[in-house]
Design a protein around this ligand. Structure first.
Ligand code: DSN
Length: 434
């Protein structure tokens, strides 16, 4: 998605004639309600800054394959082993995606069929543990994912979940504490990975802890997949029994997921996905995963990932200068967690105020948070989407100051109006191609 392409299109088509969405013309007449909602969402994405760290914009190539006849086909099974006829072309697409995933991540085996991140993680449990086994993962309030054993998830209902957190003072994973808990509880499976952790994760250390207690080790790299693929984050693939990830976050693919595994677990992983948990794969998504993996193998993608980190670090530095408390003092990756309570706000109030100025974020708990998950002390910011849009450090400085102005402004309508205007003007300068 280059700036030149987007600008050229808009020059020809005008700001609000969303050319690439012409394939929606048929639904305009048959279902205007759906059409209008899609157009409104397109406009929202155009006119706002997306700072939710788990979101991104797909390329035109990825979006185009999602709306194809591939959605018509049933393909239960795997390439050359299907339960339906007529799958020769689907086999080609799925094999391409699997081979590209293996090559990009240096994995023995790749399954590209999981419908999304939670089913992928469910399949990893199915492949690596037995119901009732003790499992260990990072607690949700500390930055872990629901499926890593949080109490409301299947992962705590069907497994005996032991949770580790972060050091409340530093916000960092305390590996000695993880090792101590592992020795005490003797889990069969240990998870590493997070949805809200801004520092590097030492996967080798986790693997050693798991090895020492005879546990299997799974890494969930949904958030940092791009950084791992490009060597900008320690790699779990050589040390983990299974590695799961969504494909729609930093990888800029369709909404889906993948599981990489060592050869030893390849059959178990495949069986866990089908027939264990899922039916037919979503072939249009498989094709989109293939395309995004191809895009991620190019040198431009590494440059993009480096910029993602620089952008997040720039926001963190500017917000610290404005007197905010950034968890762990900064970031090594694409996201940061900011405590907004010293400014008299809360996570929920700040998220709502930022919505008013077209900046999308999400309220999040911070390490040692005393507030509730519904209205926590923090906000989670991430830069994968704005970096895809072409924004760099100069724009990040502006963004950090707009965020700070809005959170400090409380009910000051003049500040809201000013910042909203400035955000929309910046979005006009960096249009999306949609
Ligand atoms: N919902 C994702 C996130 O926002 O981080 C995790 O699954």
């Amino acid at each position: 998605m280059t700036q030149t392409t987007s600008s050229a299109r808009r020059a020809v088509r005008g700001n609000h004639d969303y050319g690439p969405l012409q394939h929606l013309d048929p639904v305009k007449d048959t279902d205007p309600a759906v059409y209008q909602a899609i157009m409104a969402e397109t406009e929202r994405q155009q006119q706002g800054l997306e700072l939710i760290p788990s979101e991104n914009y797909v390329s035109e190539a990825v979006l185009s394959v999602l709306s194809t006849v591939l959605t018509n086909k049933y393909s239960e099974g795997y390439p050359a082993k299907r339960y339906y006829g007529g799958n020769e072309h689907i086999d080609t697409l799925e094999s391409l995606a699997r081979e590209r995933a293996k090559k990009l991540f240096g994995a023995d085996h790749a399954n590209v069929q999981p419908y999304s991140g939670s089913p992928a993680n469910q399949a990893a449990y199915f492949a690596l543990a037995e119901p009732g086994d003790t499992v260990m993962g990072m607690a949700l309030p500390a930055g872990g994912h629901l499926t890593h054993g949080w109490k409301v998830s299947f992962s705590a209902h069907y497994y005996n979940s032991v949770q580790y957190g972060v050091d409340p003072a530093t916000g960092l994973i305390d590996y000695d504490e993880v090792a101590r808990l592992a020795k005490e509880h003797k889990p069969k499976l240990i998870w590493a990975g997070a949805s809200a952790y801004s520092r590097k994760i030492d996967f080798a250390k986790f693997a050693q802890i798991a090895h020492d207690v005879g546990a299997r080790f799974a890494a969930d790299i949904a958030h940092i997949s791009g950084l791992v693929a490009t060597g900008l984050h320690p790699d779990p693939v050589p040390v983990a029994d299974a590695v799961t990830m969504t494909t729609h976050k930093m990888l800029r693919g369709p909404r889906g997921a993948m599981i990489l595994s060592k050869e030893e677990f390849a059959k178990k992983v495949d069986k866990a996905i089908f027939p264990g948990l899922q039916g037919g794969p979503h072939n249009q998504v498989t094709a989109g995963i293939g395309v995004c993996l191809h895009e991620a193998s190019r040198p431009e993608y590494k440059a993009y990932c480096k910029q993602v980190i620089l952008n997040a670090q720039t926001i963190a530095e500017e917000m610290v200068k404005r007197g905010f408390v950034v968890a762990t003092g900064g970031t090594d990756n694409h996201m940061l967690l900011v405590d907004v309570t010293p400014k008299g706000s809360t996570g929920k109030l700040a998220q709502e105020a930022l919505d008013l100025v077209n900046i999308a974020t999400n309220a999040n708990m911070i390490p040692g948070d005393k507030r509730t998950a519904f209205d926590p002390s923090g906000i989670r910011f991430g830069t994968p989407a704005v970096t895809t849009r072409g924004l760099k450090e100069d724009e990040m400085r502006l963004v950090a100051h707009w965020i700070s102005d809005v959170i400090e402004a409380g009910d000051d309508e003049a500040v809201i109006q000013r910042v909203r205007g400035e955000v929309m003007a910046l979005c006009e300068q960096f249009p999306l191609w949609y």
